[in-house]
Write a new protein. Structure first.
Length: 245
Protein backbone atom coordinates (compact mmCIF):
# COMPACT_ATOMS: atom_id res chain seq x y z
CA UNK A 1 0.00 0.00 0.00
CA UNK A 2 1.54 3.37 -0.99
CA UNK A 3 2.33 5.67 1.95
CA UNK A 4 1.34 9.31 1.44
CA UNK A 5 3.03 12.11 3.35
CA UNK A 6 1.65 15.61 2.79
CA UNK A 7 3.66 18.67 3.83
CA UNK A 8 2.43 22.27 3.96
CA UNK A 9 4.69 23.67 1.23
CA UNK A 10 7.67 22.87 -0.98
CA UNK A 11 10.18 23.99 1.64
CA UNK A 12 8.76 21.68 4.32
CA UNK A 13 8.42 18.93 1.73
CA UNK A 14 12.10 19.24 0.76
CA UNK A 15 13.13 19.14 4.42
CA UNK A 16 11.04 16.03 5.03
CA UNK A 17 12.48 14.46 1.88
CA UNK A 18 16.02 15.18 3.12
CA UNK A 19 15.23 13.47 6.44
CA UNK A 20 13.68 10.57 4.52
CA UNK A 21 16.78 10.32 2.30
CA UNK A 22 19.12 10.34 5.35
CA UNK A 23 17.17 7.67 7.22
CA UNK A 24 16.90 5.45 4.12
CA UNK A 25 20.60 5.86 3.41
CA UNK A 26 21.72 5.11 6.96
CA UNK A 27 19.47 2.06 7.17
CA UNK A 28 21.02 0.69 3.95
CA UNK A 29 24.56 1.48 5.12
CA UNK A 30 23.91 -0.16 8.52
CA UNK A 31 22.39 -3.24 6.83
CA UNK A 32 24.71 -3.68 3.87
CA UNK A 33 27.59 -1.26 4.10
CA UNK A 34 26.49 0.92 1.20
CA UNK A 35 23.54 2.94 -0.18
CA UNK A 36 22.61 2.79 -3.85
CA UNK A 37 20.28 5.57 -4.96
CA UNK A 38 18.79 6.47 -8.32
CA UNK A 39 18.15 10.21 -8.44
CA UNK A 40 15.40 11.99 -10.32
CA UNK A 41 15.90 15.07 -12.43
CA UNK A 42 13.68 18.01 -13.24
CA UNK A 43 13.19 20.99 -10.95
CA UNK A 44 11.38 19.58 -7.90
CA UNK A 45 14.29 17.70 -6.27
CA UNK A 46 16.81 20.56 -6.64
CA UNK A 47 15.91 22.00 -3.22
CA UNK A 48 16.26 18.53 -1.70
CA UNK A 49 19.75 18.12 -3.17
CA UNK A 50 20.75 21.56 -1.90
CA UNK A 51 19.54 20.69 1.59
CA UNK A 52 21.46 17.40 1.63
CA UNK A 53 24.63 19.33 0.75
CA UNK A 54 23.96 21.97 3.43
CA UNK A 55 25.70 22.11 6.84
CA UNK A 56 22.44 20.88 8.39
CA UNK A 57 22.49 17.49 6.62
CA UNK A 58 25.93 17.01 5.03
CA UNK A 59 27.47 15.24 8.05
CA UNK A 60 24.53 12.89 8.61
CA UNK A 61 25.58 10.40 5.90
CA UNK A 62 28.93 8.71 5.16
CA UNK A 63 28.96 9.92 1.54
CA UNK A 64 31.82 7.61 0.40
CA UNK A 65 29.36 4.75 1.02
CA UNK A 66 26.71 6.30 -1.24
CA UNK A 67 26.57 5.37 -4.94
CA UNK A 68 24.58 7.70 -7.15
CA UNK A 69 22.75 6.75 -10.32
CA UNK A 70 20.16 8.59 -12.42
CA UNK A 71 16.72 7.21 -13.23
CA UNK A 72 16.80 9.13 -16.47
CA UNK A 73 18.71 11.73 -18.44
CA UNK A 74 18.20 14.00 -21.36
CA UNK A 75 20.37 13.13 -24.36
CA UNK A 76 22.33 16.37 -24.07
CA UNK A 77 25.95 17.20 -23.14
CA UNK A 78 26.75 16.83 -19.44
CA UNK A 79 27.34 20.60 -19.20
CA UNK A 80 24.01 21.47 -20.86
CA UNK A 81 21.53 23.48 -18.79
CA UNK A 82 19.05 20.66 -19.55
CA UNK A 83 21.29 17.95 -18.10
CA UNK A 84 20.03 16.24 -14.95
CA UNK A 85 23.64 15.36 -14.16
CA UNK A 86 24.66 19.02 -14.34
CA UNK A 87 21.83 20.04 -11.99
CA UNK A 88 22.82 17.40 -9.42
CA UNK A 89 26.54 18.02 -9.89
CA UNK A 90 26.07 21.70 -9.07
CA UNK A 91 23.58 21.24 -6.21
CA UNK A 92 24.95 18.08 -4.55
CA UNK A 93 28.08 16.40 -5.91
CA UNK A 94 30.42 19.41 -6.04
CA UNK A 95 29.40 20.92 -2.70
CA UNK A 96 29.85 17.52 -1.01
CA UNK A 97 32.99 16.74 -3.01
CA UNK A 98 31.52 13.36 -3.99
CA UNK A 99 34.22 11.16 -5.53
CA UNK A 100 33.87 10.46 -9.24
CA UNK A 101 33.86 6.69 -8.62
CA UNK A 102 30.64 7.13 -6.59
CA UNK A 103 28.80 8.82 -9.46
CA UNK A 104 27.29 6.84 -12.33
CA UNK A 105 26.02 9.35 -14.86
CA UNK A 106 24.61 8.48 -18.27
CA UNK A 107 27.45 9.15 -20.75
CA UNK A 108 25.67 11.34 -23.26
CA UNK A 109 28.85 11.88 -25.26
CA UNK A 110 28.05 8.76 -27.30
CA UNK A 111 27.04 9.46 -30.89
CA UNK A 112 23.61 7.91 -30.44
CA UNK A 113 21.24 7.36 -27.50
CA UNK A 114 21.05 3.58 -27.93
CA UNK A 115 24.81 3.28 -27.38
CA UNK A 116 24.57 5.57 -24.34
CA UNK A 117 21.81 3.36 -22.90
CA UNK A 118 23.73 0.15 -23.63
CA UNK A 119 26.82 1.60 -21.94
CA UNK A 120 24.83 2.61 -18.85
CA UNK A 121 23.19 -0.81 -18.67
CA UNK A 122 26.61 -2.51 -18.83
CA UNK A 123 27.96 -0.32 -16.03
CA UNK A 124 24.94 -1.07 -13.84
CA UNK A 125 25.30 -4.81 -14.51
CA UNK A 126 29.00 -4.61 -13.59
CA UNK A 127 28.40 -2.55 -10.45
CA UNK A 128 25.67 -4.84 -9.09
CA UNK A 129 27.33 -8.03 -10.40
CA UNK A 130 24.12 -9.07 -12.15
CA UNK A 131 23.58 -12.36 -13.94
CA UNK A 132 21.90 -12.36 -17.35
CA UNK A 133 18.25 -11.29 -17.03
CA UNK A 134 18.70 -10.02 -13.47
CA UNK A 135 17.66 -6.51 -12.43
CA UNK A 136 19.44 -4.28 -9.88
CA UNK A 137 17.86 -3.59 -6.49
CA UNK A 138 18.31 0.10 -5.72
CA UNK A 139 18.00 0.98 -2.04
CA UNK A 140 16.15 4.13 -3.08
CA UNK A 141 14.56 5.06 -6.40
CA UNK A 142 13.73 8.77 -6.25
CA UNK A 143 11.08 9.73 -8.80
CA UNK A 144 9.34 12.83 -10.06
CA UNK A 145 5.93 13.17 -11.69
CA UNK A 146 5.17 15.05 -14.86
CA UNK A 147 1.75 16.68 -15.30
CA UNK A 148 1.14 14.15 -18.10
CA UNK A 149 1.76 11.29 -15.70
CA UNK A 150 5.27 10.46 -16.84
CA UNK A 151 7.99 9.45 -14.43
CA UNK A 152 11.71 9.13 -15.13
CA UNK A 153 11.55 9.41 -18.91
CA UNK A 154 8.72 6.92 -19.24
CA UNK A 155 6.26 9.12 -21.09
CA UNK A 156 2.70 8.17 -22.14
CA UNK A 157 2.58 6.45 -25.52
CA UNK A 158 6.30 5.75 -25.74
CA UNK A 159 8.02 2.45 -26.49
CA UNK A 160 10.01 2.27 -23.27
CA UNK A 161 6.79 1.70 -21.31
CA UNK A 162 6.56 -1.88 -22.55
CA UNK A 163 10.22 -2.85 -22.24
CA UNK A 164 10.62 -5.75 -19.80
CA UNK A 165 14.02 -7.20 -20.75
CA UNK A 166 16.26 -4.18 -20.42
CA UNK A 167 17.65 -2.11 -17.52
CA UNK A 168 18.28 1.10 -19.42
CA UNK A 169 16.98 2.24 -22.79
CA UNK A 170 16.80 5.18 -25.14
CA UNK A 171 13.26 6.44 -25.56
CA UNK A 172 11.98 8.61 -28.41
CA UNK A 173 9.58 11.17 -26.91
CA UNK A 174 7.68 12.69 -29.84
CA UNK A 175 6.01 15.41 -27.76
CA UNK A 176 9.46 16.70 -26.87
CA UNK A 177 10.89 15.96 -30.31
CA UNK A 178 13.81 14.45 -28.44
CA UNK A 179 15.40 11.25 -27.29
CA UNK A 180 15.53 10.60 -23.56
CA UNK A 181 17.46 7.95 -21.62
CA UNK A 182 15.60 6.05 -18.93
CA UNK A 183 15.60 3.13 -16.56
CA UNK A 184 12.72 0.74 -17.18
CA UNK A 185 9.79 -0.37 -15.05
CA UNK A 186 11.39 -3.72 -14.11
CA UNK A 187 14.24 -1.76 -12.52
CA UNK A 188 12.02 0.84 -10.85
CA UNK A 189 9.70 -1.84 -9.46
CA UNK A 190 12.64 -3.88 -8.19
CA UNK A 191 13.68 -1.09 -5.79
CA UNK A 192 13.65 -1.54 -2.03
CA UNK A 193 12.09 1.91 -1.70
CA UNK A 194 10.49 3.98 -4.46
CA UNK A 195 9.65 7.54 -3.47
CA UNK A 196 7.87 10.16 -5.57
CA UNK A 197 8.61 13.77 -4.71
CA UNK A 198 5.74 15.92 -6.03
CA UNK A 199 5.08 19.61 -5.50
CA UNK A 200 2.79 22.25 -6.92
CA UNK A 201 -0.73 22.90 -8.16
CA UNK A 202 0.17 21.78 -11.68
CA UNK A 203 0.45 18.17 -10.45
CA UNK A 204 -2.88 18.13 -8.53
CA UNK A 205 -5.02 16.71 -11.33
CA UNK A 206 -2.61 13.98 -12.42
CA UNK A 207 -1.86 13.03 -8.82
CA UNK A 208 -5.55 12.58 -8.04
CA UNK A 209 -5.95 10.40 -11.13
CA UNK A 210 -3.10 8.19 -9.97
CA UNK A 211 -3.84 8.03 -6.23
CA UNK A 212 -7.65 8.11 -6.19
CA UNK A 213 -8.43 6.45 -9.50
CA UNK A 214 -5.33 4.26 -10.01
CA UNK A 215 -5.46 5.46 -13.63
CA UNK A 216 -3.50 2.64 -15.25
CA UNK A 217 -3.02 4.58 -18.48
CA UNK A 218 -0.54 6.85 -16.70
CA UNK A 219 3.07 5.64 -16.53
CA UNK A 220 3.60 6.76 -12.91
CA UNK A 221 0.67 4.54 -11.91
CA UNK A 222 2.72 1.57 -13.14
CA UNK A 223 5.22 2.14 -10.31
CA UNK A 224 4.27 -0.67 -7.95
CA UNK A 225 7.41 -2.09 -6.30
CA UNK A 226 7.28 -5.91 -6.33
CA UNK A 227 8.42 -6.26 -2.73
CA UNK A 228 9.65 -2.78 -1.89
CA UNK A 229 7.86 0.18 -0.35
CA UNK A 230 6.17 2.98 -2.30
CA UNK A 231 6.08 6.47 -0.83
CA UNK A 232 4.45 9.65 -2.14
CA UNK A 233 6.08 12.73 -0.65
CA UNK A 234 3.81 15.62 -1.66
CA UNK A 235 2.89 19.16 -0.67
CA UNK A 236 -0.62 20.49 -0.05
CA UNK A 237 -0.75 22.19 -3.47
CA UNK A 238 -0.12 18.92 -5.29
CA UNK A 239 -2.54 17.14 -2.92
CA UNK A 240 -5.31 19.72 -3.39
CA UNK A 241 -7.51 17.44 -5.54
CA UNK A 242 -6.98 14.26 -3.55
CA UNK A 243 -9.97 12.60 -1.91
CA UNK A 244 -7.84 10.14 0.02
CA UNK A 245 -5.52 12.09 2.35
C1 LIG B 1 13.34 14.73 -15.90
C2 LIG B 1 12.79 13.94 -14.76
C3 LIG B 1 11.31 13.86 -14.91
C4 LIG B 1 10.79 14.80 -13.83
C5 LIG B 1 9.37 15.19 -14.10
C6 LIG B 1 8.91 16.27 -13.11
O1 LIG B 1 14.35 14.32 -16.48
O2 LIG B 1 12.76 15.80 -16.15
O3 LIG B 1 13.40 12.87 -14.39
O4 LIG B 1 10.74 12.60 -14.76
O5 LIG B 1 10.91 14.16 -12.56
O6 LIG B 1 9.31 15.70 -15.43
O7 LIG B 1 9.72 17.40 -13.34
P1 LIG B 1 9.60 18.70 -12.39
O8 LIG B 1 10.13 18.31 -11.07
O9 LIG B 1 10.47 19.72 -13.09
O10 LIG B 1 8.13 19.07 -12.37
Amino acid sequence: MPKLTVKANQSELSRYAAEFFVSTANRAIDDGGRFTVSLSGGSTPKALYGLLASDEFADQIEWPKVFFFFGDERFVPADSSDSNFRMVNESLFRPLRVAEQNIFRWKTEFDNPDDAAADYETRIIDFFGLASGEFPIFDLMLLGLGDDGHTASLFPGTRALSVTDRIAVANCVEKLDAFRLTMTFPVINNSSVAAFLVSGESKADVLARIIDEQATDLPAAQVRPTSGDLHWLIDTSAASNLQST
